[in-house]
Design a protein around this ligand. Structure first.
Ligand code: URA
Length: 201
């Protein structure tokens, strides 16, 4: 199973009504061997037009946050829970998330990351539920926490953080995102037994 095959299936998917209004499905992109996968909510307007994840304003902030801890977009893998844009950027519906989730699961199995960063509440709750952990519903309480979860046959670290778009609406939230990315950097260093980020990529 390759990421390209999964992406092909996503591009021709008609499992939920979102296919009818999409310009492009957005499978995700990045390093197929990434140690870290970022999972957002769903594509927005720019992503739908380009078929690429996080290429609008929120994406610019995500790229900056990555750079702040020495990572490039091509070092990591970036995707979303839902691969097609919900009309007018409304929240994805539970049945749309369910229909799309097998794609994310397959992507995570193939990439086999050590760390999964959930961007925003929807992604965090979906991934915690996948891991059988439904303890906390407020993103403000769980952001920056590292959950050691059992997913797809082994232990992985799951760190929820705020959605970058939240910090665009409310700039006071930006320092919290920056803090969480510092935590991520520490986590990568820790798991690497102090060898530094270089050894990861
Ligand atoms: N917001 C998301 O959750 N995902 C994207 O790809 C872009 C914006």
């Amino acid at each position: 199973m390759s990421l390209e095959k999964i992406a092909g299936e996503i591009r021709s998917c008609k499992r939920c009504p979102l296919h009818a209004s999409r310009t492009n499905a957005v499978p995700g992109e990045g390093n197929p061997k990434a140690r870290v996968v970022f999972v957002g909510e769903a594509p927005g307007r720019n992503e739908d037009l380009q078929g690429r994840p996080f290429v609008g304003a929120a994406g610019k902030l995500l790229t900056e946050l990555l750079a702040s801890i020495g990572l490039r977009r091509e070092d990591v893998f970036i995707t979303n829970v839902v691969k097609c844009r919900p009309p007018n950027n409304r929240d994805p519906r539970p049945e749309e998330i369910e229909a799309c989730l097998p794609f994310l699961k397959r992507q995570l199995r193939v990439i086999d990351p050590d760390v999964i960063v959930a961007l925003g509440r929807h992604s965090a709750l979906t991934l915690l539920r996948l891991a059988g952990r439904e303890e906390e519903r407020s993103i403000m309480r769980i952001r920056g926490k590292v959950f050691e979860v059992e997913l797809f046959g082994r232990k992985r670290s799951l760190m929820p953080t705020l959605h970058p778009a939240a910090a665009l609406y409310n700039p006071k939230l930006k320092p919290l995102l920056e803090e969480d990315f510092k935590r991520l950097k520490e986590l990568l260093g820790e798991d690497n037994e102090g060898k530094g980020l270089e050894a990861w990529f």
